[in-house]
Design a protein around this ligand. Structure first.
Ligand code: NCD
Ligand code: ZN
Length: 357
């Protein structure tokens, strides 16, 4: 067995749900899934029900996370038409602000250009600003942020024209960072083998040319996120299947398998799952935190053995190589390869000033 000791991984894009959508996932199940996947910090998206677009909702989710989280976490604030003036006040409490420029699950899509421009101008420059932006909206987001003199992080990049535009902006010195997700790097719409409903995800699965372009631009990709977006089997099989894939418990093994195949190095992986997200999202160091991986272990994802409430995985039956066998979080064994040992309520908010005390 080749036993690797790696730093605790950071996932900057997770849909935890909770409150009115706890049947899909909550802070307990999501953070258990994260730990089982070798991830010790998650940053949680605001397209919840209710959405995190005001102080009252933020306080509700902070309380839910404090009570139930088993790993460390940050919350994102959601940009909307109603909070242009108030949003900035919440920046010290959150890991960043998310702007939805394209349709997806939830009701946070912003259509007006003026909203994009105003949010870019007002959100504090030292706090990350993220965009769900596809196609032309990648250009809009980059320009609006640049004109406001601030950085922007483009979420789940999936297409050739998008990554090429991002690469050109970076070449010109624009402060643009980006992430990709395993499903856009290892699957295409035509070869995914997923049934209708299950294959729905935003951005959509793309073409072989898109996947090839993303791999060719690995140097311009800062983070590997999961966009863990759990929906139940019944929801995926319904008349109106919501978009989204669970991914916390498969991401590291997919990347390790690609590393074993020589498609990237372990250093490439650690830069994108630890060092870069830590820098981009200003995250504190987790003292005495590391994960151990059996790099030779071959296994097949099986949702019945997972912690996520989604109850399915788009990677079922894939032959993966590399498995998490232990996670130590702040000096305590949090996962032993079979069971999550960290208890609900032990995770810490990375934006809390007493984080490392
Ligand atoms: C996400 C969800 O379900 O919350 N769905 C998805 O397809 N990725 C929303 C999102 O990230 O766009
Ligand atoms: Zn998402």
């Amino acid at each position: 067995m080749t036993r690797l000791r790696l730093p605790g991984l950071i996932d900057p894009h997770v849909h935890v749900r909770d409150l009115n959508q706890s049947h899909k996932e909550d802070w307990d199940s999501a953070t258990a899934a994260a730990l089982a996947g070798g991830i010790t910090t998650i940053l949680a998206m605001p397209n919840t029900q209710p959405p995190i677009t005001d102080g009252a909702a933020l306080a509700q989710y902070q309380a839910a996370a404090q009570a139930r989280a088993r790993c460390d976490y940050g919350l994102y604030f959601g940009a909307g038409p109603g909070n242009v003036e108030s949003a900035a006040r919440f920046a010290p409490q959150v890991a960043g602000m998310k702007m939805y420029l394209d349709s997806t699950f939830g009701d946070l899509k912003m259509d007006a250009l003026s909203l994009l421009v105003e949010h870019c101008a007002r959100w504090p420059k030292e706090s990350p600003l993220l965009a769900h932006a596809e196609g032309h909206h990648v250009a809009s987001a980059i320009l609006a942020a640049h004109l406001a003199g601030r950085s922007i992080h483009i979420c789940h990049v999936s297409r050739k024209d998008e990554i090429e535009l991002i690469a050109r902006a970076r070449d010109k010195g624009y402060a643009v960072t980006c992430e990709v997700c395993p499903h856009h790097m290892f699957m295409t719409l035509d070869d995914c083998g997923l049934a209708p409903g299950y294959l729905e995800v935003r951005p959509r699965l793309a073409t072989p040319a898109d996947v090839a372009a993303l791999w060719a631009h690995l140097a311009d990709i800062d983070c590997f996120a999961t966009d863990h977006a759990p929906h139940t089997r019944a929801e995926k099989e319904s008349e109106k299947p919501p978009p989204g894939f669970p991914g916390l418990e498969t991401a590291l093994a997919l990347w390790l398998t690609a590393a074993h195949q020589g498609r990237l190095t372990l250093e490439d992986l650690l830069a994108r799952m630890h060092t870069n997200p830590r820098r981009i999202f200003n995250l504190p160091e987790q003292p005495d935190t590391w994960i151990e991986v059996d790099a030779d272990c071959e296994w097949q994802p099986d949702a019945s053995r997972m912690y996520s409430r989604a109850g399915w995985t788009p990677f079922v039956g894939w032959r993966l190589r590399g498995r998490v066998i232990a996670v130590t979080l702040r000096g305590q064994l949090a996962y032993d390869g079979e069971r999550v040992l960290a208890q609900p309520g032990t995770g810490r908010d990375v934006m809390n000033s007493s984080y490392s005390v």
